[in-house]
Design a protein around this ligand. Sequence first.
Ligand code: ADP
Ligand code: MG
Length: 334
Amino acid sequence: ATPAATMVGTSIGAQNGVLFKGGDILERVRDVDTVVFDKTGTLTEGEMALTDVVPVERAADGGQLRERDATDAGDEAETERSDAETDLLRLAAAVEQHSEHPLARAIVEGAEERGIDLPEATDFENVPGQGVRATVDGDTILVGNRRLLEAAGIDPTPAEDAMARLESEGKTAMLVGRVSSDGDEEADAASDADAGEVLGVVADADTVKPSAADAVAALRERGVDVHMITGDNERTARAVAEEVGIDPANVRAGVLPEEKADAVESIQSDGRKAMMVGDGVNDAPALAAAFVGTAIGSGTDVAIEAADVTLMRDDPTDVVKAIRISAGTLAKIK
Ligand code: ADP
Ligand code: MG
């Protein structure tokens, strides 16, 4: 393209909130044949809200979170049930108050809304892509995915029904586990109790951005292949993919932060030219590995720095705009 055409494209981009990091990037984008979306914060709002608290002994009978009201107060079983929920949420939120993750903030806000006082948590530790752990009331409390609990020697099976149900609803379900640290070695040796136990499940839900399905449809219309990668689990990932129209065969779930760049490289291994679209710190290496890296809207500075294209708005259809501007099919708007 001529320098004049490049200037026009760059300026149309700017008017549409699509920033190309230079004229060579503008030209490169038209060759993109594959778009890889990060899920959380990119296809979804990334604003989680706590939806369910399911103590493990209650896991079998469902367990939608209930507000305590006058009728419940008279009912002993209901009171017991909501006490168990309060205990579980109290422990989970105590650990999560030290995490900046959107999943964590939703849990803490949920506890605050229910007027639960949080105990202190010490020795906080974040395990990227898996969850968090800390000491609460003298025990180690873990909140995270199956991998996190299994690594701590906890069998998540008793919570599996609740996990499966919540995940198939598209929610991110997190296990809460406890490893008791009482110093009684004889008692520990005499039982399996020291291996720890799963206490229950808490779930957060995110909402898919209103224009995500339109963006996927418009890309597919242009013949662009659409993929999704996420650290979230397979079932939740598939529920979101189905909602936005991404082929389940193009979904990679349970991808650890350091594996995201490898996932992009493997998608590109047959010569595809992929645009990776992401928002988080976690996504920066994947943005750098892609043929074109695109940071979206409210994305972190790290993501924007690693990106070739920045979408100023939070709208996935701007991915289509970027490609159309580069291809010269989006006219200047006044
Ligand atoms: P994504 O790629 O969707 O942005 P992450 O890589 O940040 O997700 O996290 C992957 C998974 O690890 C989450 O779905 C959750 O199960 C678990 N996880 C991560 N951080 C936390 C946390 N602070 N509390 C509980 N679970 C967490
Ligand atoms: Mg993300």
